[in-house]
Design a protein around this ligand. Structure first.
Ligand code: ATP
Ligand code: MG
Length: 412
């Protein structure tokens, strides 16, 4: 029995890391007035076709199509969260209730070549701040991400890279300059980039092809084609980062693959995960809602890859439990009752279903239990329980009625 290629089981040790990341993130976003929401795993293909653009890798080769009983291939598994969240805002008539501050998390699906940190079903969390055109909105979402990395203890192991894509006017000006430059290299570009050259030359800056990278190294710089408005907008974001002492580096090749982005684009990267080094990425997407046929709703957000962030975390240990052991089958019910009582008092009690005490103790040691609570025939007759401290090996007899007080005393 093999899992589907590119999928991955999250067994408890790894799941604990995902939970830790989400718990930390939920704390941060809640304190900033963001609320969690969820959209379906399935969407109509048009939600992504329209927004991601027909030259994006996601649309051209990475989407999973679903063929349901009607045989219609127009449903896909979501490859990312933003377009679905925007679709939800429109479907639910929320375009007048701005600003909206959302957090989401869940599986995304992309048909790509699986490798370390690159899966076909992966997990993202993300925030979307919709209906805010102020650059402090950009600043706030970046701060949220930064605070999450801080709370996870990863702040010195990630780097914030940031760039601006300017407004539409700047982009058009730059696009023509870039096109002029790239036309000279038309035949040397990768096949994908030759198509991009026609449809969206900016994408070529985002190419991972080594030859493309070589060519774009000397391309004209976007920063030299920004109009004043775009410069001022970006300036305010950077000033904010400085004021909050968030370290960043300017990366002029950071363009973000998607058509709906403008102004701020950023990524948190790490050198620890090889070529899958981007752990969180985002930017401003004022163009998204209009592309979906909606009103202008200036928005900014990011998505973080849980699988990649989890790889950076140390193992998370479980709190040590007590193990409840019944010495015979008929005593199982009373043992469970005692376990339940302790659980209500806040103790972690793991029930052993093994009535052979030796084997049960082996299990207790294997799961690093603090102690074993043994209810045998003798104990049951005299209303006591045997407590065995598994660190010291000490054993004592405790009246059942005093067990809670005894364990509380021990904890202290
Ligand atoms: P990459 O350049 O690594 O392909 P991307 O630009 O496609 O990333 P986004 O669409 O911006 O990624 O998604 C945001 C984050 O989600 C990424 O920074 C990464 O952490 C994570 N992510 C994206 N694709 C995958 C994947 N196939 N497997 C695991 N994590 C992923
Ligand atoms: Mg990708």
């Amino acid at each position: 029995m093999q899992p589907v290629r590119g999928t991955h089981d999250l067994l408890p040790p790894e799941f604990r890391k995902h939970s830790r990341i989400l718990n930390v993130a939920r704390g941060e976003i809640e304190r900033a007035g963001f609320e969690e929401m969820a959209t379906p795993l399935m969407e109509f293909r048009s939600v992504f076709d329209r927004t991601l653009g027909d030259t994006s890798d996601i649309v051209t080769k990475e989407m999973y199509e679903i063929h349901d009983r009607m045989g219609e291939g127009n449903i896909v598994l979501r490859p990312e969260g933003t377009a679905g969240a925007a679709r939800a805002v429109m479907s639910n008539g929320l375009t007048q209730s701005l600003p909206l501050k959302y957090f989401y998390q869940g599986s995304m699906f992309r048909y790509e070549r699986p490798q370390k940190g690159r899966l076909r079903q992966f997990h993202q969390m993300g925030v979307e701040l919709m209906g805010v055109k102020d650059p402090r909105g950009d600043l706030e979402v970046i701060l949220l991400a930064w605070n999450i990395f801080n709370a996870l203890g990863l702040e010195s192991r990630v780097q914030l890279e940031i760039n601006t894509l300017g407004d539409v006017e700047s982009r058009n000006a730059y696009r023509s300059r870039l096109l002029e430059y790239l036309s000279d290299f038309q035949n040397e570009l990768s096949q994908d980039s030759q198509i991009r050259l026609q449809k969206n030359p900016l994408r070529i800056l985002d190419s991972k092809d080594p030859q493309d990278k070589e060519i774009t190294k000397n391309a004209p710089k976007f920063s030299e084609h920004l109009n004043n408005l775009s410069k001022e907008f970006f300036g305010r974001v950077l000033e904010g980062l400085e004021a909050f002492q968030v370290p960043f580096t300017r990366n002029e090749n950071l363009v973000r693959g998607l058509d709906y982005y403008c102004h701020t684009a950023f990524e948190f990267t790490t050198t620890e995960l090889g070529s899958q080094g981007t752990v969180l990425a985002g930017g401003r997407y004022d163009g998204l809602f209009p592309m979906m046929g909606g009103p202008l709703i200036p928005s900014v957000g990011w998505a973080g890859g849980l699988d990649r962030i989890a790889m950076m975390l140390e193992d998370i240990l479980m709190p040590r439990p007590y193990v409840m052991i019944a010495g015979s089958d008929p005593l199982m019910a009373s043992a469970l009752k005692l376990a339940d009582l302790l659980r209500h008092e806040g103790f972690i009690v793991d029930m052993s279903y093994q009535t052979q005490i030796g084997k049960a103790l082996k299990y207790a040691n294997k799961i690093s239990a603090l102690g074993a609570l043994i209810l045998g025939e003798d104990e049951s007759q005299s209303g006591v329980i045997t407590f065995k401290n598994l660190d010291s090996g000490d054993q004592s007899t405790v009246p059942q009625g005093e067990l809670v007080t005894y364990l509380k005393e021990m904890k202290r």
